[in-house]
Ligand binder design. Structure first.
Ligand code: MRU
Length: 340
């Protein structure tokens, strides 16, 4: 497992420490954040990222708001608004912020700061167990070589990971012998983060350009595709890193399973289907270069959605910590959500 990767450390009553994921794997630099504004910048620029980790950052951000700005209702509501607005697609972020706000407002003002830090600490402590259960549920589904997209490891959850934790666990059990990882343009979460986590976990790994995925799947080298999710609608439609939909189409065309692994916090039963999921669009500059390096002509327009939606009928199964949902997802997800 990717033990020892701590993308978020809470310093109750003081602030947070995050691993700056934009610098990995070149440099492991930890950033101290003691303002909500600083945390919002870190979220927007993907220094911290991945749906479950964004949820933890949301809860931690509300605790930070209480420490930095006080526990008055107006100030907590404003911090909640700022944090939620940073990235719209991952349901975990807004839900965790809302949950923290409601819990704080239900308590005496004098108790709110401690309560918010304890709440964030509880969530962070539970994430490892949630991810472990999810990995144990998913591992038996995998065999041989698998293909994954974006980064879904410890870096993305603050625990063990989702899809990547399933892969690592399946490798540990001798079921998976190789993981193919897409580079995941434009921000290269696969090439920079997943490749790094796979190496640390000792899983044989092969990196490919996103454009090579169709030929890889057609070659018969991979037995399954498995990804994470940023939001799963009530009907089983899945929003995840842009490019996921294409991989699901390839899997269907070549008759291999397409699995999604996500904790129940990523399932949004209030969202009826994929059309209702807000998709984040990002700057053209991310497509026309990387970091300081520019290769596209100045002024060129770019189409840069951060996520896409995979229709439920392309998803073979949704792996959660409570069990594995199979179609029809409307029924299966409600049934998992109702479990204690
Ligand atoms: O833009 P990112 O890097 O935050 O996108 C992350 C993903 O799309 C992950 O696949 C998803 O959040 C699942 S993380 C366990």
């Amino acid at each position: 497992m990717s033990a020892g990767i701590a993308p978020l450390v809470l310093l109750p009553g003081e602030g947070l420490e995050v691993l700056d994921q934009t610098l990995l794997p070149r440099e492991e630099r930890r950033l101290r954040l003691d303002t909500v504004e600083g945390l919002c910048e870190a979220i927007r620029s993907l220094r911290v990222r991945g749906a479950p980790l964004l949820g933890l950052c949301g809860a931690a951000g509300m605790a930070l708001a209480a420490t930095e700005r006080g526990t008055g209702e107006a100030s907590l509501r404003e911090a909640a608004r700022e944090l939620t607005a940073t990235r719209p697609t991952a349901v975990d972020l807004g839900a965790a912020v809302r949950g923290a706000l409601e819990a704080a407002l239900a308590a005496d003002a004098a108790r709110r700061e401690t309560l918010l830090w304890e709440r964030a600490e509880g969530m962070l402590a539970r994430q490892r167990a949630v991810d472990g259960a999810l990995a144990a549920n998913g591992a038996p589904l995998l065999r041989g070589a698998v293909l994954t997209h974006c980064n879904t490891g410890a870096l993305a959850t603050g625990g063990l990971g989702t899809a990547l934790a399933v892969i690592v666990e399946a490798h540990r059990r001798g079921l998976v012998d190789r993981c193919y990882a897409t580079e995941t343009r434009p921000l290269l979460q696969g090439a920079r983060l997943t490749a790094w986590e796979l190496q640390r976990a000792g899983v044989p790994a092969t990196l490919l350009a996103d454009t090579a995925a169709a030929s890889l799947v057609a070659s018969g080298r991979v037995a399954a595709v498995i990804t994470g999710a940023d939001r799963i609608a009530a009907n089983g439609d899945v929003a995840n890193k842009v490019g996921t939909y294409g991989l699901a189409l390839m899997a269907a065309r070549h008759a291999i399973p397409f699995y999604v692994a996500a904790p129940m916090t990523t399932v949004d039963l209030a969202c009826p289907d994929g059309a209702a999921i807000p998709i984040e669009f990002r700057e053209a500059a991310e497509v026309g270069g990387f970091g300081e390096t520019r290769w596209a002509p100045a002024g060129i327009e770019a189409y840069n959605p951060a996520f896409d939606v995979t229709p439920a009928d392309l998803v073979t199964a949704i792996i959660t910590e409570r069990g594995v949902a199979r179609p029809p997802y409307g029924v299966a997800l409600e049934e998992l959500a109702a479990r204690p």
